[in-house]
Design a protein around this ligand. Sequence first.
Ligand code: NAP
Length: 518
Amino acid sequence: MRNLQSLVAGSWQVGTGEPQTLVNPTTEEVVAYTSAEGLDLEATVSFARNEGGPALRALTLAERGAILEQMAKRIHEHRNELLELAMINGGNTRSDAKFDVDGAAGALAHYATIGKELGDTRVIVDGDGEQVGQSPRLSGRHVYLPRKGVALLINAFNFPAWGFGEKAACALLAGMPVICKPATSTAVVAARMLELIADAAPPGVVSLVSGSAHDLPKLLGYGDAIAFTGSSGTAQRLRALPNVMSAAVRLNIEADSLNAAVLGPDLEPGSDTWELFLRDLRREMTQKTGQKCTATRRIFVPEDRAEVLIEALVDRLGTVIVGDPFTEGVRMGPVASAQQHRDVLDGIGQLAENCDVVLDGRPAGGKLELKGAEVGKGYFVGPTLLQVAHDAPSKVHDLEVFGPVATIVTTPGTPEVYGQLLARGGGGLVGSVYSDDRKFAAAMLMEAAPHHGRLVFGSKKVAEKAFSPGMVLPQLLHGGPGRAGGGEELGGMRGLAIYAQRTAIQADRALIDAMLKA
Ligand code: NAP
């Protein structure tokens, strides 16, 4: 049984309080325990600020990139071990675990390359020089330099590896030391990963707090940053912290999202783009047992396509074998915790008050078949599909059910109505539009973009190669307005902005050039 360690003030320690237990969601067996009580959190913050920060800022961007490369390599070298831990503690299938662990290594490697390209400098220049007066000597330039504090990285339970990787890659390259605070229920993967990679950087650059150290954000002040991923309830608590408000601690929030997929009225059943739509829906509903912030929750379809679509989707979902992730052939494991299981079943119940249940994955429905596991043990729920008309009352535009659950919303199929329905989600991470009609796609861009951080357009030209919408790529922004938190992560260089101060330099042009070369 593991007792998860924390890396505080440069040394590995275990908490001394009543331990929190972490379980295997397939068997409900306890697999690890941890506690953050007794850890000196103030010392952790000041060690990161005073030791890690200066050491990291002294390095060039290329040198910081080399640290990220080393971290990515170590994750890759220990890939099998990490995958197995994700299967044990997260209920992930091996394929789900790869999505998380390889995603972490991929994000670190991507930013390692950006660091190499930025090269032998510690200043990131933003845009070209501007002439600010009549004389060309009067010049202006924007630069990014690291904030001189710590970045607290608070992650959700669903991506213990990638959640750290995507945030740490940007923070470390920008020049801020990080304190990683994984979600407790699935922290085994994050804790092991940090053991493997922390010493790739100088002491204090990477710290880890295992266990529910909910007071940690209260210790932050001027110059610090918090990158948070989790529920909007926790996000609201962080926003309201007096120290966060008074010291303008930079707070980036990645929260809930009622992601929608839109079917264009032009698509004929059986066409390449129709098949892409079905493939993506199946993946988004079942990958990681639907526990992805980017998973599709709302499926908007023209009324005259609903019947044939539902039949095809139910067929496809029927091929998803649910059970013990270690059993051959299983394609979907349990949700990650008992709490999560209760929330998903409760959420389906709430949706079902107004929607028809087309496919019922609830164990109580008696139709859930498991492979390698017993019904009644473990936190299983099968793919669940509901249906409602666009103008009927329902909770589909308000309630995020964080499991393998989606609702088909039947509509007239016009961009205007689709736009109104998208807006009712209150701001999302990713929207997807499937159509081979360019006019319809252009109209949907205008309707959908203001409500989303990312839009994916599926069409026949990309049908064979497209990534499904839930896949977050380091090149493109991740985040979204409104209920999604209003944050922005990744997106190449854009991802560094959270952790850096952008400063306009106004001076004579030769001086600016000289300072930037120094
Ligand atoms: P959560 O309960 O809000 O927890 C998220 C993190 O916050 C955990 O590390 C948790 O620690 C910590 N935390 C909880 N209360 C805190 C407090 N008062 N002060 C400081 N930290 C606190 O969310 P979750 O259940 O892990 O994640 C599910 C939610 O995350 C879903 O709604 C999903 O949509 C969202 N999500 C969003 C994204 C995105 O990128 N937008 C990605 C993944 C998930 P403990 O575990 O120790 O309590």
